[in-house]
Design a protein around this ligand. Structure first.
Ligand SMILES: [Zn+2]
Ligand SMILES: [Zn+2]
Length: 253
């Protein structure tokens, strides 16, 4: 009898337990941990590709901005009888600088900012520039060797004031991405002739790593390329920066 009762009791207990949660199995801690681990694994796989996709989108937006600049430049060149627009290197009035000139042909100042540029303070052209010393003109810089007033090989030759000086426009970089360091505040051009073959020194003038180890370059024929810096400047080898010699190095007279 006793044995029977206890069996009945156990039996009752068991049947009660089942009826309280019909058809439902509880998670054990191990199962929960496995689920969390799988979610973490999936995030680990998906997040980098999501970031890659985001950066890819920013790179393409930047290239599109540069292409717009190329179109604006071509329109300007027709108006200027193929005289290239000056930079701030030798020209004092910001309204005569290439950025300001091209803005007139695009109507959009935002085009001059790369979405991957972490610099925040950009010049407000409506305010006086001397009150904005910590600001930047844009995410981009013009190659000063294509500045019409550029001083070359010890003479002010005026030889480079026209697109005729560009031997092969499709190999000559006109605009690159500028670094967001303080030294580039209110700067709009770079000086490749000062690099003297040093890639390390040259890299201080160009945002060579803005798009995951690469950067965008606008060539003088209006096309845009995403390149590693060494693909544009390598000694001995390629040099896309000298209008009279690109894609090779110039012979300095
Ligand atoms: Zn200069
Ligand atoms: Zn960019």
């Amino acid at each position: 009898m006793r044995t029977n009762r206890s069996q009945t009791l156990w039996g009752l207990g068991a049947s009660r337990g089942v009826s309280r949660h019909p058809g439902r199995a509880a998670f054990t801690l191990i199962e929960l941990l496995v689920v969390i681990a799988i979610i973490a694994l999936l995030m680990g796989i998906l997040l980098p590709s999501l970031n890659r996709a985001r950066e890819q989108a920013r790179k393409i937006a930047c290239q599109s901005n540069m292409r717009q600049m190329g179109i604006a430049l071509k329109t300007y060149l027709i108006d200027s009888e193929y005289r290239l627009p000056p930079s701030s290197c030798n020209c004092k009035d910001p309204n005569d600088h290439w950025l300001r000139i091209l803005t007139g042909y695009t109507q959009e100042q935002l085009l001059f900012q790369c979405p991957s540029d972490r610099g925040k303070d950009f010049v407000n052209w409506e305010q006086p520039l001397d009150e904005q010393q910590d600001a930047r003109y844009s995410s981009f810089a013009v190659n000063a060797l294509l500045d019409p007033i550029h001083f070359r090989y010890g003479v002010h030759s005026n030889r480079y004031n026209n697109t005729d000086a560009i031997r092969q426009p499709m190999y000559t970089i006109w605009i690159c991405e500028a670094p967001d360091t303080d030294s580039f505040n209110l700067a709009d051009h770079i000086h490749p002739e000062m690099w003297e073959g040093s890639i390390e020194y040259a890299k201080q003038s160009v945002a060579w790593d803005r798009h995951k180890g690469t950067s965008n370059y606008l060539f003088a024929d209006g096309h845009v390329e995403n390149l590693k810096f060494e693909q544009t400047y390598d000694w001995p080898g390629t040099c896309y920066w000298y209008p009279e010699a690109a894609p090779t190095w110039p012979e300095v007279p």
